[in-house]
Design a protein around this ligand. Structure first.
Ligand code: SF4
Length: 402
């Protein structure tokens, strides 16, 4: 269990952030906000993928007008992203958004900042102080001799002081950089300096798969330390990938309840009786749109598979052109190799509706176990310890080299 650092709680529309609220997932639309239908399509897809809060840019008056139509139809709270023009923040509030994000690096006039905070206070709308390493206030950049964790934290605290002056405290804060160690250090310092909820992210993480690795390195490190109340993956990809990644990260850390299948699969090796990558990918596709919160294993051989995946709710292991199904480590059925994925879907659906005990009870476990043992013995006899065919390879190497 991760012991989360206690922060104050605020609400972005219906979503609580901070305090004992579950860590929420955020993403941002990539459409023009003035394109109401296009933006809503993306928001629906994001919500279906597990996104709790969505952000849309509000960079022109047409975008603010779009927000006025988007907000009432959005299934999740909408935050307006504001850079440079404080008047766009006022227009977004007028449009009814449930949150604002202000960049202190490019809205710097105290009277502008305070005007937005006062208007947000009137409407009870929270603001994220969104410090970004790439657009840090030039004065702070110079003072700290470049982009440092201290410079980003100072930027956030300055903004907080302006908000204080108008008595506004519905605030969450982010200090994002594209460098993992700097970003992590900044959040640790910020977490020690304030109890406002923190929005965690690595900015400009980049395309998949590198972006996913970098962002996970930063976000997961902080979450494991108990830091973070809401997260966003900033990937150069379809935003649905951001939502999926956020959701999966939280589920894998035990910070959110599992909603979909957790597919585990062996990495395959010389013992594999099937193309594990292909079967695992087909299983992943088959379960993609099903809300089945089970751990399901795809294992390449019946020799080691059932044992290695004994903790899974359901699994299948290949052997002698057959698939051996097991539930919580107990063999329950044998199916032809080309029906492995369909069998997984059928058993997973049954377990989801009736539980694992009922699944074991309906099976002829003695027969399934006998068949599994038969195939296991046959494979061991055939391949023995030399599953990678090394003896044959050595003979071949000698033949070629000689
Ligand atoms: S389950 Fe079998 S095929 Fe998969 S990695 Fe383990 S030994 Fe190899």
């Amino acid at each position: 269990m991760i012991e989360r650092r206690r922060t104050r709680q605020i609400h972005v529309g219906k979503v609580a952030v901070g305090g004992d609220a579950p860590v929420s997932v955020q993403s941002m639309t990539t459409t023009k906000t003035a394109d109401v239908e296009g933006t809503l399509q993306q928001i629906y897809a994001l919500a279906a993928a597990g996104c709790d809060i969505v952000r849309c840019t509000c960079n022109e008056i047409e975008a603010a007008e779009g927000l006025a139509q988007i907000v009432p139809r959005s299934p999740i709270p909408v935050i307006a992203d504001i850079h440079h023009q404080y008047k766009m923040a006022l227009a977004a509030l007028e449009a009814g958004v449930q949150g604002l994000r202000l960049n202190p690096g490019n809205i710097r006039k105290p009277e502008h900042i305070k005007a937005v905070a006062a208007a947000a206070k009137e409407r009870n709308v929270p603001i994220r102080i969104g410090v970004n390493g790439g657009s840090l206030d030039p004065a702070l950049y110079e003072k700290h001799g470049g982009l440092t964790a201290d410079a980003m934290v100072e930027s956030a605290m300055q903004e907080l002081a302006y908000f204080d002056e108008v008595g506004f405290d519905l605030v969450k804060i982010s200090v994002k950089a594209s460098n993992v160690p700097i970003m992590a250090e900044a959040y640790r310092k910020l977490s020690a300096a304030t109890d406002h909820p923190l929005h965690i992210g690595l900015t400009e993480a980049g395309p998949l798969p590198g972006g996913l690795v970098k962002a996970t390195a930063g976000i997961a490190t902080l979450l494991l330390e108990g830091i973070g109340d809401t997260i966003r993956y900033s990937l150069t990809a379809d935003p649905v990938e951001e939502a999926k990644a956020g959701r999966q990260l939280l589920e894998s850390l035990g910070l959110r309840e599992r909603k979909n299948v957790d597919l585990i699969a062996c990495p395959s090796c010389g013992r594999a009786e099937i193309d594990v990558i292909d079967v695992a990918n087909r299983a992943q596709d088959a379960f993609a749109d099903r809300e089945i919160p089970l751990q399901i294993a795809v294992m390449g051989c019946v020799v080691n598979g059932p044992g290695e995946a004994r903790e899974a709710d359901l699994g299948i292991a290949a052997g002698n052109k057959r698939g051996h199904l097991f539930v919580k480590g107990r063999n329950v059925a044998v199916v032809p190799e080309n029906e492995m994925v369909e069998a997984l879907v059928e058993w997973a659906t049954f377990i989801n509706e009736n539980g694992t005990d009922a699944a074991i009870a309906r099976a002829d476990t003695a027969r399934a176990e006998r068949e599994a043992n038969k195939d296991r013995s046959a494979l061991l006899e055939e391949k023995g310890d030399d599953a990678n065919h090394s003896t044959e390879k050595i003979v071949e190497i000698r033949r070629t080299a000689g």
